[in-house]
Ligand binder design. Structure first.
Ligand SMILES: *Cc1c(COP(=O)(O)O)cnc(C)c1O
Length: 372
């Protein structure tokens, strides 16, 4: 063992020793993306928008540190969400909001957060990096909240994470269930509603902020706004909650070019193109929903209240392999609770979706031919 290896073994924090670096959707296929295959790879595995917007940046002030919370950015998002500027915190993606909530409101190693799997992976990952425990209240078989299971954790959790619409099952939670949970934890925990996909859904929960001071909402520019590369998200909460998070956030989390671009995305014309893009994706999604169940043994799973489609097939490994070979990348969700044999497709452009469907049809045609 080298001297460095043994030194690190001695120094790395105990709760960090067994962690592994996050396997982002792109990192899973990093070698494939460098392949020499001529056809452009099609990325339908991270729920990103399929097209990028056009933005201007002004480097005239990049010699100066940016504001921690740039006024125009905060005002822009507050207007968009219909709340006060004092209720908005800008972060490096919604992921940083998750991390800040855990670091601000949980004591290591005894405190816990509560999650409802199958759901977004970063809640548990952020808890693990902060040496915080995770309680599980699995969703019902129809992916609604198991209210009794969640409520049983009262007094044993500091944060309750509800993801709505949920990734990867695609269903927006019933508002009455969300309110039911919020009321139950009124004096014991913050209830965090992750609305990363809210622009694709039929309602939002911002009105709950006024009635329930312990509600926190997470938002992002990564999905409907098509700015995953920007790393910009928002935490919406009462000013007192935001004040606590400001104690823990980095001094300059929002770099000047990020603020410049995000402000343009939140302008009237930026919002209009976001809404157009959402409608286009919803029309494309409807096509996928029509066609997919007619192919092979494919069965849709969950709902389509966000920008992706989840489905089940007994052939999921062979199908994934076939698609990867053709440079089309979707996401395996089969390791998640209740999602055995499930794959997730992010809705792409009309061309990308057509290519995907053609390949899936070819795959099953080959399967049938070789089975004869
Ligand atoms: C993508 C996603 C996020 C993370 O968004 P970023 O702003 O890119 O960090 C948060 N929550 C859910 C449910 C997501 O799917």
């Amino acid at each position: 063992m080298s001297r460095l290896t043994s030194l690190l073994r001695q120094l790395v924090a105990k709760h960090v020793q067994d962690l592994v670096p996050y396997a982002s959707a792109r990192r899973l296929f990093s070698s494939a993306s460098q392949s020499t295959d001529k056809s452009a790879p099609v990325w339908l595995n991270a729920n990103e928008a399929p097209v990028a917007g056009d933005y201007q940046i002004d480097s005239g002030l990049y010699n100066r540190y940016p504001d921690c919370q740039p006024d125009a950015l905060i005002a822009g998002y507050a207007d968009y969400a219909g709340i006060q500027a004092s209720q908005v915190l800008a972060t490096r993606g919604a992921d940083e909001g998750i991390e800040l909530l855990i670091r601000t409101f949980c004591n290591a190693p005894d405190d816990h957060i509560l999650i409802c799997p199958p759901t977004y992976g970063m809640y548990a990952i952020s808890a693990a990096t902060a040496n915080i425990g995770v309680h599980h209240a699995p969703l019902n078989d129809d992916f609604s909240l198991d209210l009794d299971a969640i409520k049983a954790f009262k007094g044993r959790t500091n944060l309750v994470f509800l993801c709505s619409p949920n990734n990867p099952t695609g269903n927006q939670l019933a508002l009455e269930d969300v309110v039911n949970i919020v009321e139950h934890f009124a004096d014991s925990a913050l209830v965090v509603i992750d609305e990363a996909y809210v622009e694709f859904a039929s309602y939002n929960t911002t009105t709950l902020l006024a009635d329930y001071p312990h509600v926190v909402i997470l938002r992002t520019l990564s999905k409907a706004f098509g700015l995953a590369g920007l790393r910009c998200g928002f935490t919406l909460a009462q000013p007192e909650v935001i004040e606590q998070l400001l104690k823990v956030i980095a001094p300059y989390p929002i770099s000047a070019p990020v603020a410049d671009i995000a402000i343009q995305a939140l302008s009237a014309s930026g919002l209009a193109s976001m809404q157009t893009q959402v409608s286009t994706l919803q029309a494309e999604q409807a096509q996928l929903v029509n066609v997919l169940p007619t192919i092979g043994d494919i069965e849709l799973v969950g709902r389509q209240d966000a920008n992706f489609v989840l489905f089940r097939t007994a052939q999921k490994d062979a199908l994934m392999q076939y698609l990867v070979h053709q440079q089309v990348f979707i996401r395996d969700q089969s390791k998640q609770l209740k999602l055995g044999q499930c794959l997730r497709i992010s809705v792409g452009t009309a061309q990308q979706n057509a290519r995907l469907i053609t390949l899936i049809q070819q795959f099953y045609a080959i399967q049938e031919a070789t089975a004869l």
